[in-house]
Design a protein around this ligand. Structure first.
Ligand code: GAF
Length: 407
């Protein structure tokens, strides 16, 4: 059955308890930010195209207080983190104190401090608690960055707007995680609303909320548990290939290339460049169509576009993997499923499925059976193929959270 996700008050409660145990006092401020699932529009954000993510009830919460000695102590409650869970830093005097480095989760914190609009920030003590699965392609890092930024805003207010917050958090990801990501994850973590998807134009940075809170509709997330790491993966390679494709076509980005332009130039492009560009150009168009379909309640049309998106990510953009393909194919077997696709950067992580509420249990059971067979076929003795262990979550379309939490 679907796993239960702790709500914001549980997360806040566990962060406050840990803070009290470690520091022997109550925290005074808190920030919160959601992870996201992208419904459609993959690898289009850094090509200035459209994306259609939605914020999730998976959240990161940061609680803490300003310290009087200028030092910084930050603790994560994450049990999954295979790294030190407590870090102490002396911010006074050492210019390298905010350089990227291990542990990785603290690098994000340092990145946000570095790019904070009202930097330098005073010393503080903080505890981080998150329900966003790590490395699952659901933006655990963006939710950490945005929650931390919100936390800092209460220690030392900045003069920026919400967009500048998203952009600063994106910078933190570039400089401190080494991922040349687009703006989607940080943007939706800042601007997302419960019960809505967000159509983001990544060129103008304007966004439209698209209502999604239909009681007959379920968004199901399936985590393959194949860990992806965008920094070490092919992500930067894909980004570079897109930039090369745009420049070969004489444009500043693939957003400004039509499929007609691409077909006319096909003979002078190598096959890989052509396929990468084709995915991006068609995916941008699919995303616009999908948002329109969602507004009309045409879920069947939306689902068809999701499947086309997955096929394109698998065959043209080559960022899927056998586990994700299996999960999508399994979901699509069941009646009541509108569509399914890999979500996020790829090479592992999650799939997202849109379906009728009555079909949820059937689809979960069917996926579990299909995965059992998949694992039997590709046993752990075969080192080339990892076995897939699945965790499923249904998204609560009616959940609520606040960026600034009252303590
Ligand atoms: C990752 C990146 F962080 C996003 O900016 C986006 O490019 C996504 O992969 C792919 O659509 O989540």
């Amino acid at each position: 059955m679907a796993a239960r996700v702790p709500d914001v008050s549980e997360l806040l409660g566990s962060a406050r308890r840990l803070y009290g145990q470690v520091f022997g006092e109550e925290p005074t401020v808190a920030g919160c930010a959601p992870g996201r699932v992208n419904l459609i529009g993959e690898h289009t954000d850094y090509n200035h195209g459209f994306v259609l993510p939605m914020a999730l009830p998976f959240l990161t919460v940061v609680v803490g207080s300003q310290s009087s000695d200028g030092r910084l102590t930050v603790i994560t409650a994450a049990e999954e983190a295979d790294e030190p869970r407590r870090v102490d830093l002396d911010l006074s005097g050492d210019p390298a104190a905010l350089s990227p480095g291990s542990p990785r989760w603290v690098s994000y914190v340092k990145g946000v401090m570095k790019h904070y609009r009202a930097a330098p920030v005073p010393g503080f003590r903080a505890v981080v608690s998150s329900s966003v699965p790590l490395g699952g392609g659901l933006s655990s890092s963006a939710s950490l960055e945005v929650a931390f930024y919100t936390f800092l805003q209460q220690l030392k207010p900045d003069d920026g707007d919400k967009l500048s917050k998203a952009l600063a958090c994106q910078q933190a990801e570039h400089t401190h995680a080494g991922v040349p990501c687009g703006i989607m994850d940080q943007f939706v973590s800042v601007f997302g609303r419960e019960g809505h998807a967000l159509l983001i134009d990544c060129r103008s940075l304007e966004a439209t909320l698209v209502p999604l809170a239909d009681p007959d509709l379920v968004v199901l997330i399936t985590n393959s548990n194949v860990k992806h790491s965008l920094a070490g993966s092919e992500y930067p390679v894909r980004r570079r290939q897109c930039e090369e494709a745009a420049s070969a076509l004489g444009r500043d980005s693939l957003r400004n290339v039509s499929i007609k332009d691409l077909e006319e130039a096909k003979a002078r492009l190598d096959d890989v460049t052509y396929r990468r560009a084709r995915h991006v150009i068609e995916e941008i168009e699919r995303t616009v169509q999908a948002a329109e379909a969602l507004k009309r309640g045409s879920y069947k049309e939306f689902g068809k576009l999701m499947v086309e998106s997955h096929t394109s990510l698998r065959d043209l953009y080559e960022v899927s993997c056998s586990e994700l393909d299996e999960l999508v194919s399994a979901a699509m077997d069941v009646e009541g499923v509108y569509g399914s696709r890999m979500t996020g950067g790829g090479f592992g992580g999650c799939t997202v499925t849109l379906l009728q509420a009555h079909a949820v249990h059937k689809v979960i059971l069917h996926i579990q059976v299909r995965i059992l067979h998949f694992n039997l076929r590709h046993g752990p003795e075969n080192y080339e193929l990892r076995t897939c262990s699945v965790r499923v979550f249904t998204v609560d379309l009616f959940c609520t959270w606040r960026a600034f939490l009252a303590l």
